[in-house]
Design a protein around this ligand. Sequence first.
Ligand SMILES: [Zn+2]
Ligand SMILES: [Zn+2]
Length: 340
Amino acid sequence: MHDQRLLQRVDPYEHEDAFGFLSRVATANHLKDACQIIGHCTGNSVGTMKYKDISKIAYFCLNTTSEISQLSGIELARSEGNRIWQVSGEQISKAAFLCFRNSRVCPQCLADETYIRGCWSLTLYTVCAIHKTKMIDECPACLKKIKWDRPSVLHCLCGTDLSLVSPEKAGPHELLLSQLIAQRGLAHIKPIHSALLDYKHIEQLSKLSLDGLCKTIWFLGHCIGNLGKYGSGHGSKILSLYEANTVISQALDLLQAWPNRLGARLDELSLRQPSNSTDSLINKLFGPAQYYLHESLQSQELHFIRTAYEQFIARIWKGCYPEHIPREDKVQLEFAWGLI
Ligand SMILES: [Zn+2]
Ligand SMILES: [Zn+2]
């Protein structure tokens, strides 16, 4: 069976979603679905395409390895619990940035050309940058979530043609972020004038890697924006469209008048009652944000976020101590921040 090849070749689009591509190959060859192709080629039908399997899948599907290796959603590497994926030709380092199992589509894009765009699996890509409308993740006919492993990329399992759905207009925050994401893969999306951020900040965000842009929005909109609202483990949660939009709005709000709003927000957060854990005070107050900063914001391109955050935190502990912080904690913190 391993020398078998399919009969009908399908041309992949640039940065097409790998799983969506295999769904189209399955349809063209009268197979059940993409999982059947992955299962046949790898002996494992989990529905993830791994880098090491590219040549087998390419051979079976009558494609070249370079055609297959540029697809989005391929798992490039995995070590010690960390994984790297490829999306729109760039590397993504956090599972939370990807929503492979929560399928989202732009109906109008599907009407233009029937394939799944790679950037649709980014958690923070919540509206279509081309059509300026909301992505949909639910079928308006059967009211169920659109299944990621549906056999036809165009149809819900109930048979509804997803390209005929009328989506709602995008909000300004989500549109700006989707444009920042899409401009790197789609040449005709031009930056970008928005009343939300001045040109200098839009430029700065435009220059970030896709992973760096996602980390920036995640840190500001989720780690800072939702601080205190989630317990530990929040970092691995895949956000719904609604939750992702909240995170985006909160992040862009802090990026406005950068970095002053971040400073005001951190001041506000420092006045909360710290949790009762035995952790250091800084972790009691800013735990998830601290952890994320040290774990994930260490690259040079994110220096501007790191220095702004650290300067404000240092200022909080130097100048305006909240009343409820005991003296010994203050000393410990000053020491930790290099102030004494
Ligand atoms: Zn679209
Ligand atoms: Zn349906």
